[in-house]
Design a protein around this ligand. Structure first.
Ligand SMILES: Nc1nc2c(ncn2[C@@H]2O[C@H](COP(=O)(O)OP(=O)(O)OP(=O)(O)O)[C@@H](O)[C@H]2O)c(=O)[nH]1
Ligand SMILES: [Mg+2]
Length: 291
């Protein structure tokens, strides 16, 4: 795996390079980390001016200034459970980004943060053959209820069933899986619109959130995915999965800047506890490092 941005910044800051060269390289590194060219240019211009004005000299000062400059571009979303009504989180995203795994992690997280065992998992991916099995297995491990129908069933019907039974049982949270649909296929996006309409019309009082899983290793394409899903159904928050497997991870910046969507969680591995609520300062501390 290529080196993380923080490691490369450390190298750059430690090298004796001329001012012009230094800031150019800094721009390149920021762009390579997925934060987007516009933000990289803006931030480095500001930093260059600030370094001259305030005579920032030490690496620590420059790194702190860089973190401070990037901070306004980050947005976090807190996903706490409403206490007085059913919470419904619909988990979206293209193939293989980590939706089903993330659902299991969310189930574990909310078990410890307000829902107890009152969590139901909806096997809304009726498209891929092994998807129901995969979620059922997670449900067994977690000791949580999974609602499913046969492969090929209408995902809207599965999610509707889950919501109705959760209401009857007084459960707190429904976590609904969906098929990994390619964001270029208009018909699949339309199907998602149908699921969305069903949830909104059948459960208008609920705390309903649509969460988009983005794979941190996919680079700028993540922004395109977010645009497509946001346009199709509206996205309330991003979950950045596989953050442990990438040297980049800056894609949250253009997603927040261009679409105004904040990040709710980082996925940091394949295990149930590998999920962190998103903390922008901690994230910047890791991304940029202290140098
Ligand atoms: N390293 C790492 N791997 C992850 C993370 N989240 C998911 N994965 C892995 O990514 C792979 C795909 O995960 P799934 O949860 O099946 O992805 P999905 O989006 O449900 O896939 P489809 O249903 O096929 O669209 C699995 O091997 C997971 O273990 C993460 O945060 N870190
Ligand atoms: Mg899946």
């Amino acid at each position: 795996m290529p080196k993380r941005l923080s490691a490369r910044l450390k190298e750059l800051f430690g090298r004796k390079s001329g001012e012009g060269e230094f800031f150019e390289e800094l721009e390149d590194l920021l762009i390579e980390s997925d934060i987007g060219a516009t933000v990289a240019f803006e931030v480095v211009d500001e930093l260059r001016a600030e370094a001259r004005r305030a005579k920032l000299a030490s690496r620590e000062e420059l790194a702190a200034a860089l973190r401070e400059r990037l901070r306004p571009y980050l947005r976090s979303v807190e996903l706490s459970l409403a206490g007085d009504r059913l919470n419904i989180f619909l988990v979206l995203g293209v193939n293989g980004v980590g939706k089903t795994t993330t659902i299991a992690k969310l189930a574990q997280y909310y078990r410890e943060h307000g829902a107890g065992d009152g969590v139901a998992l909806a096997a809304g991916d009726t498209f891929r053959a092994a998807a129901v099995e995969q979620l059922t297995l997670h449900g067994q491990k977690l000791g949580m209820r999974v609602v499913s129908q046969a492969s090929g069933a209408d995902p809207g019907a599965v999610i509707y069933d889950t919501i109705e039974s959760a209401k009857t049982r007084g459960e707190r949270l429904v976590l609904a899986d969906t098929a990994g649909r390619m964001h270029t296929k208009a018909n699949l996006v339309a199907e998602l619109g149908k699921v969305d309409r069903i949830v909104r019309s059948r459960s208008p009082q609920s705390n309903y959130k649509k969460l988009l899983v983005i794979d941190a290793t996919t680079g700028q394409n993540g922004l395109r995915q977010a645009e497509t899903f946001h346009e199709a159904v509206g996205v309330d928050g991003v979950l950045l999965a596989k953050y442990d497997s990438t040297a980049r991870g800056g894609i949250l910046v253009p997603i927040a800047k261009n679409l105004g969507i904040g990040c709710a969680f980082l996925g940091t591995g394949e295990k149930l506890h590998d999920l962190q609520p998103f903390d922008p300062d901690r994230y910047l501390g890791e991304l940029v490092g202290g140098v």
